[in-house]
Design a protein around this ligand. Structure first.
Ligand code: G3I
Ligand code: 9MR
Length: 567
């Protein structure tokens, strides 16, 4: 009784919680009966009928749903479609996503700069430290207002995480990343106490998610100019390295000029860290105060320099060599102002921060990304609703209405979608780093669940988690080291250069991107539909790079689902 593996059966390749929704999507023409059996196909534990056909709005392809939510028995099973074949095996059990939660946070450890990764913690991906001294020369554009360090100053700025598949460090992207990890700690403190990743700090009294975040926070602190409180936009090579290991990446490093977005994102994270580390002052003496002071100074710099955006082209007019690494450019800092104001207000209770910004500049509810952090501020205000001053309390009804309204918009018509996921209702979801779109939509839904206790939000958050782990139009599990069809060739320098077949684990691939072929010009794209425009090739940096700002919402979503699994 052999049945071929059918990759037309798409599902979360890890598995399902016993009481949660359980769905597989069957692409193509198969219809009628389906079964859930043991992997040897000998024992059928559930029988059902595939749904009516639904058309994928993006590719036009046909799909049907196998819903086996009613099966609550624990074990390892496959979906069997007579005449088509069987799926990859999956588990039904409690804590089924703990491994992905732990693995994706551990992914940050592998991105650490300036430290050896010994075999004890890094296994076969052990490697020597890169960028140990991290001496960097300060570039200051003549037009940039600067009361601080003169151009040419050399400073030492070790630590932090490598941003992505490249070895540069960018404050804007570090901001949302660290803020998202710290938000998981604030939203699910109990879960985070036992959330262990086997890192060198695991034996101390501080939860691993805070220890990991600290690795980057301490670096971020070195990016503030003590002279004026401004924050350098990034620490970088002039151009991207070749595909070499970190310790072989020895090009000259630069710290580029200060920017408004860097200052405000920095202020937001430091304010958040300030309140989080306050109760840990025994373990981390002085840290909380240093963070708050740093936040207040960065805010003050921002007030003085509201128009100092980072423009790489303009900066390069004054320098040789040109700096051509990631720009993380922005033309509108109104969302960064909101995030920084919200964090500073919640931490200090000083209403001056709250009144300094227009919290609701328009009707929009933009999904969080490195360029758009407004909702991070909203999440924080909602999280601390009980401890806001009356001024903040007054806006709570409006804030909650927006957050739940946004969630309602996200879940509208999901049942009509081919993949039954929140992700991908529109082709516009498939941008560079689309996996983070899915994960951040999931976070928005978890926030709505926290506000309302309505499980429909949680159920829908899970659809996007299922998307990331295999229930998608590519059939890939987008997290390295997980699933039966995992991403194997991410655009990630250590994974390419280490000579080990398996990529560094726990890293989230960017995912399908409608513009990828134009953007990275990698050869091998065959798809034309945005939801399929992905190749598991290391040249495909526009669809298959990894990045810390994509991993962090994965950690959040996996952690939140684990914390809420029995809800
Ligand atoms: O958001 C718009 C969308 O509205 C529009 O319809 C679409 C059409 O092109 O474009 C979308 O913008 C894209 C944006 O990513 C989405 O976030 C831009 O085209 C695209 O160029 C931009 O790509 C950024 C990429 O750097 C290139 O600058 C990614 O966001 C950003 O994550 C990525 O970050 C890089 C760093 O620069 C360097 N380190 C690695 C890191 C990850 O790839
Ligand atoms: O490796 C770089 C990656 O981290 C960036 O996201 C990407 C876009 O900025 O650029 C990659 O570097 C490529 C460079 O832009 C062009 N030459 C090939 C490089 C990849 O090997």
């Amino acid at each position: 009784q052999t049945q071929p593996l059918s990759t037309n059966i798409r599902l979360n390749q890890i598995g399902f919680y016993p009481n949660a929704t359980k769905v597989a999507i069957v692409v193509g023409n198969a219809s009628g009966e389906f079964r859930i059996t043991t992997p040897d196909l000998k024992k059928t534990v559930f029988k059902g009928t595939l749904s009516e056909a639904r058309q994928n709005a993006i590719s036009g392809k046909t799909a049907r749903t196998a819903d086996f939510s009613a099966l609550k028995a624990t074990g390892t099973f496959v979906v069997l479609i007579p005449g088509l074949g069987r799926s990859y095996p999956f588990d039904i059990k409690a804590q089924v996503h703990r491994a992905v939660a732990v693995g994706s946070l551990k992914g940050f450890y592998y991105q650490r700069v300036s430290t050896d990764l010994p075999p004890r913690y890094a296994g076969q991906w052990s490697r020597p430290a890169g960028h140990v001294r991290e001496d960097a020369q300060v570039l200051v554009h003549p037009s940039a207002v600067s009361e601080g360090r003169p151009a040419g100053t050399v400073l030492s700025s070790p630590g932090g995480w490598y941003d992505a598949g490249d070895y540069n460090k960018y404050i804007v992207n570090s901001g949302i990343t660290t803020g998202t990890l710290l938000a998981l700690y604030e939203d699910f403190p109990q879960f985070c106490q036992t959330f262990k990743t086997a890192i060198p700090e695991s034996e101390n009294k501080i939860p691993d998610i805070l220890d990991e975040s600290l690795w980057n926070l301490r670096w971020m602190l070195t990016m503030q100019d003590p002279a004026d409180g401004g924050v350098y936009h990034k620490l970088t090579n002039a151009r991207f390295d070749g595909m070499v290991m970190p310790d072989k990446a020895t090009r000259e490093r630069y710290v580029v000029q200060k920017s408004i977005t860097a200052a405000l994102d920095f202020a937001a994270v430091m304010a958040q860290a300030g309140r989080i580390f306050k109760p840990l002052s025994r373990e981390l003496p002085g840290l909380s105060d240093s963070c708050v002071t740093a936040a207040v100074r960065a805010w003050a710099w921002a007030r003085k320099n509201p128009n100092q955006y980072y423009r790489q082209n303009a900066m390069n007019e004054a320098f040789d060599p040109d700096v051509v690494t990631g720009e993380y450019g922005d033309r509108d800092a109104s969302d960064e102002w909101i995030w920084a104001a919200a964090e500073l207000y919640v931490t200090t209770k000083n209403e001056a921060y709250y009144t300094a910004v227009n919290l609701f500049p328009d009707e929009k509810m933009p999904l969080p990304s490195w360029a758009q952090v407004r909702l991070l501020g909203y999440y924080t205000l909602a999280r601390f609703e009980k401890s806001l001053t009356p001024l903040g309390q007054k806006d709570l009804p409006q804030l909650k209405k927006r957050l739940t309204g946004f969630a309602d918009e996200l879940i509208r018509d999901v049942d009509q979608q081919a993949y039954q996921t929140v992700m991908g209702k529109s082709a516009r979801d498939y941008i560079w780093g689309s996996s983070a779109v899915a994960a951040n939509q999931g976070i928005a839904l978890v926030q709505a669940y926290r506000l309302t206790n309505d499980k429909k939000y949680l159920r829908n958050a899970l659809t996007n988690f299922d998307y990331l782990l295999g229930r998608n139009a590519t059939g890939y599990c987008f997290v390295t080291g997980f699933g039966d069809k995992p991403v194997m060739n991410p655009h990630h320098r250590p994974s390419v250069a280490d000579g080990i077949e398996a990529p560094v684990p726990g890293l989230l691939s960017g995912g399908p991107n409608g513009n990828a072929p134009k953007q990275d010009k990698c050869e091998g794209y065959t798809a034309t539909s945005a939801d399929e425009l992905f190749i598991d090739a290391s040249c495909s940096y526009a669809s298959n790079e990894i990045a810390i700002n994509w991993n962090a919402p994965l950690v959040y979503l996996a952690g939140a689902l684990e914390a809420l699994q029995s809800a």
